[in-house]
Design a binder for this molecule. Sequence first.
Ligand code: SF4
Ligand code: SF4
Length: 303
Amino acid sequence: MMIAADDATRLRKAGYVIVGSHSAAKVCLWTKRALLDRGFCYKQKFYGISSHRCLQMTPTLPFCTQRCVFCWRSTKLFSTKWEGAVDEPDEIIDGCIDAQRLLLNGFKGHPDINIAKFREAQNPNQAAISLDGEPTLYPKIGEMITEFKRRGFTTFLVTNGTRPKTLASLPTLPTNLYVSSCAPDEAAYKKTCAPTIKDGWKRLNETLELFPSLKTRKVMRLTLVKGLNLKDANGYAKLVAKAEPDFVEAKAYMALGASRLRLGPDYMPTHEEIRAFAKELADASGYKYKDEQTESRVVLLCK
Ligand code: SF4
Ligand code: SF4
């Protein structure tokens, strides 16, 4: 599937570099901040990766099985089924690293640049496969994770959980496997995640049931929208019990990109609201408070 010309223009303006026919890279805000010694993302604090060496990319720019109301993309442009060319993993990775270097170049002259970090950043060693779309729709996702690993990268894969069969057959598991579980029940799921497949909720639950058998670090991510899915901690606790993840991240919806047209700042929970909800979830699930980051409005629970 071709990326529509107007979408491509919008994406470029938003800082994306399109790689091949269906992939893209974008320098994460936290990578930029880390390069200027102005902080780092909560995953550096929680999981020990280096924000300045993180490559944020996606192999599925135009493909997703959901149209979440909180998504920062124009979700109506997503296609559910794969169409068109399937680029090779090593070409995509090479292209994304080149894109990252190109994008970082603009920072070289910045007065606050940390030159040692800038040099290190030329060779990323952590891939966040999560930027846009549902990455498990990429027919070679397993080979891509294997190729990243071969090159010495740690990998974070974020799935919306609608592709359990693909997850079950991955030849190499990512370092962190994230599943977005953004509703406590089917009705809230349909409203929040607007799946474009018939059995999205069933498939998400299949993924959660599969989770305990996947031997890697597993994280359940709850993106919480005020007045929509920030409710029913007991319902979420049942999902946590099913998946037995190592960590649960309760994270506030942030009004970014196209989501501002659907939701906007009024739907953003405060950090205090996230903290209160995380406490309810901890009580209901038996998980323990581990850490939090105020700026990203996220609280981490662990088993
Ligand atoms: S792990 Fe995520 S938030 Fe952290 S630097 Fe990478 S893309 Fe950004
Ligand atoms: S699953 Fe991710 S990419 Fe797909 S619509 Fe939801 S937030 Fe956007």
